[in-house]
Design a protein around this ligand. Structure first.
Ligand code: UD1
Ligand code: MG
Length: 451
C-alpha cells in the first residue's frame, strides 16, 4: 500500500514573534518542517505535499531545497485543519493509497510510530495518533468506546465531562486518500472556533459506518512548537536524542551535554568527542577519530584516525583524509587534505589541496580571495610550508618542496625546490642599544617639559 504525506504548515505562528515563518525556525540546523518531512520520509512515501500559507513562498522554497520531490500546495486563507488538508487534493489527484497528515510544527513524531499507524489501518478506516497528556490543556480529546474512536472533540467545544479525558489528539491522521477527501467534504465550520476541523472526520466516519481507531505514542513525540521558549525546549529534546544515539552507537562523548549535533550529523564508532564541540549541517566523521574540545564542524568529512582541534573550525568542503592532524585555531574551507598531512596551528587553508604527509607551519594563510574572485592553492605531497607563509593563490607548491618561514609565495614552486620570498635580513651591531638610549632621553625631556 503506497502512502502520501500531507504536511500542514500554513499556520501563522504569532507567538514566535518573528518575521521568519514558524516552521522555518531551525532545530539542529534544519527547519522544523524538515524534521517533520524526514520522519515521514522513513515510510518511503509515494508523494509528499506541503501545505503553505503564511510566508508560503519561503516555506515552499525551503521544503524544496531539502526535499526537491515535494509538492507545495497553497492555502490562501487559514480556515482550519480540514480546509488545509483539502488544499492537497489537486496534488494527490489519481492517488488512491493512504494519506498520513502531519504538522510542520510537530517535528518529533518517530517513524516507528507512523509505521504502527500504517499497520493499524488494517483494522480501521481512519487512524488517529493520540497520547496520554500530563496536562491535557487545550488539546482535542479522543472519545473512545473500547477499541473504537467515536469522535474527537476540540477543547473549545468540549463538555466538562469530555474535558476530563486525558487521551489527546496529536493531529496525526491516517486514512485512504479517497475516503479522507470524501469525509473532509462533509466537514462544516459550525463550532466554537468557526473553523473547518480535521478532527470532525472521525465523527463523520462513524456516522457513515466506517471504523476509526487510535494508536498512541509518548507525549514527547507530539511536542508542538509555538514560541521561542518551546523552540529552545525542542532543541534540547533534539540534542538529548542525538547524544543518546551517538553514545548507543559507540561514540565517546566526554561531556555529552556540551556537544551539539545537527539533524544530519554522522559520527562513526570509537570516535572520541571532547567537550564543547558543535556540529553544523552536513558533517560526517568516520570511526576512530578524535574531535578535540571547542571545535566547530560543518559541511565536512573527517576520515579515520584524524585528530581535529582543540579550537579547530572545519567549514563546508573540508575533506580530511586518514590520519590528518588539524590543530588549534586552524580553519579549513573547501580543501582536501590528504593522508597524514599536519596543519597544527593558527592557519587558514581555503580553496586548496594539501598533499599526503605535507606539513603546514604555524600561521600559514592561503590568500585565496583577491576581493572579487576565489583562487586555488595546491600543496604537494610531503611539502614543508614554513611558518607564516602567505600563499597568494592561484599558486602551487610541488611535491617535496619547501617554503621559507615568513615567505610570501606568489609564483609556483617546482617539486623539490626551496622558495624564499622575503627581504634579506640586515643586522646593525650596537644599533638597538643606541636606539634605546636615544628614546629614553626623549622620554625624559618630554616628562621634564610637562612638569
Ligand atoms: C489541533 C487539533 C487538536 C490537537 C492539536 C495538537 C484540529 C481542529 N485540532 O489543534 O485536536 O489536539 O492540533 O497540537 O485539528 N494549519 C494549517 N492551516 C489552517 C490551520 C492550521 O496549515 O488553516 C496547520 C498549522 O500550521 C499547524 C497545524 O495545522 O501546523 C495545527 O493547527 P493549530 O492551529 O495549531 O491547531 P490546534 O488548535 O493546536
Ligand atoms: Mg497547535
Amino acid at each position: 500500500m503506497s502512502t502520501a504525506l500531507v504536511i500542514l504548515a500554513a499556520g501563522q505562528g504569532t507567538r514566535m514573534n518573528s518575521d521568519l515563518p514558524k516552521v522555518l525556525h531551525p532545530i539542529g540546523g534544519a527547519p522544523m518542517l524538515v524534521h517533520a518531512i524526514r520522519s515521514g520520509e522513513a515510510l518511503e512515501p509515494a508523494r509528499i505535499v506541503v501545505v503553505t500559507g503564511h510566508g508560503g513562498e519561503a516555506v515552499g522554497q525551503s521544503a524544496l531545497s531539502y526535499a526537491p520531490h515535494v509538492d507545495v500546495a497553497v492555502q490562501e486563507e487559514q480556515l482550519g485543519t480540514a480546509h488545509a488538508v483539502a488544499q492537497a487534493r489537486a496534488a494527490l489527484a489519481g492517488f488512491d493509497g493512504d494519506v498520513i497528515v502531519l504538522y510542520g510544527d510537530t517535528p518529533f513524531i518517530q517513524p516507528e510510530t507512523l509505521e504502527r499507524m500504517q499497520a493499524a489501518r488494517a483494522a480501521h478506516d481512519v487512524v488517529v495518533l493520540g497520547f496520554e497528556a500530563a496536562d491535557p490543556g487545550r488539546y482535542g480529546r479522543l472519545v473512545m468506546a473500547g477499541e473504537t474512536l467515536e469522535k474527537i472533540v476540540e477543547f473549545k467545544d468540549a463538555t466538562d465531562e469530555e474535558r476530563q479525558i486525558t487521551l489527546c489528539n496529536s493531529g496525526v491522521v491516517a486514512a485512504n486518500a479517497q475516503i479522507l477527501f470524501d469525509l473532509i467534504d462533509g466537514v462544516g465550520n459550525a463550532n466554537a472556533a468557526g473553523e473547518y476541523y480535521l478532527t470532525d472526520i472521525v465523527g463523520l466516519a462513524r456516522e457513515r459506518g466506517l471504523s476509526a481507531g487510535a494508536v498512541t505514542c509518548a507525549e514527547a513525540e507530539t511536542l508542538g512548537i509555538n514560541s521561542r521558549a518551546e523552540l529552545a525546549g525542542a532543541e534540547q529534546v533534539f540534542q538529548s536524542r542525538m547524544r543518546a544515539e551517538a553514545l548507543a552507537d559507540g561514540v565517546t562523548l566526554v561531556a555529552p551535554e556540551t556537544v551539539f549535533f545537527a539533524f544530519d550529523t554522522v559520527v562513526g564508532r570509537d570516535t572520541v568527542i571532547e567537550p564543547n564541540v558543535v556540529f553544523g549541517p552536513g558533517a560526517s566523521v568516520e570511526s576512530g577519530t578524535t574531535i578535540r574540545a571547542f571545535s566547530h564542524l560543518e559541511g565536512c568529512h573527517v576520515s579515520r584516525g584524524a585528530v581535529v582541534g582543540p579550537y579547530a573550525r572545519l567549514r563546508p568542503g573540508a575533506e580530511l583524509a586518514e590520519d590528518v592532524k588539524v590543530g588549534n585555531f586552524v580553519e579549513i574551507k573547501a580543501a582536501r587534505v590528504d593522508r597524514g598531512a599536519k596543519i597544527n596551528h593558527l592557519t587558514y587553508v581555503g580553496d586548496a589541496e594539501v598533499g599526503e604527509e605535507a606539513n603546514i607551519g604555524a600561521g600559514t594563510v592561503t590568500c585565496n580571495y583577491d576581493g572579487v574572485m576565489k583562487h586555488q592553492t595546491r600543496i604537494g605531497a610531503r611539502a614543508f610550508i614554513g611558518s607564516s607563509t602567505m600563499l597568494v593563490a592561484p599558486v602551487s607548491v610541488g611535491d617535496d618542496a619547501m617554503t621559507a618561514s615568513g615567505s610570501v609565495i606568489t609564483e609556483d614552486v617546482e617539486p623539490g625546490a626551496l622558495a624564499i620570498g622575503r627581504a634579506r635580513q640586515v643586522t646593525k651591531p650596537g644599533l638597538a642599544r643606541r636606539l634605546f638610549e636615544m628614546l629614553k632621553q626623549q622620554k625624559l625631556k618630554k616628562n621634564q617639559g610637562a612638569s
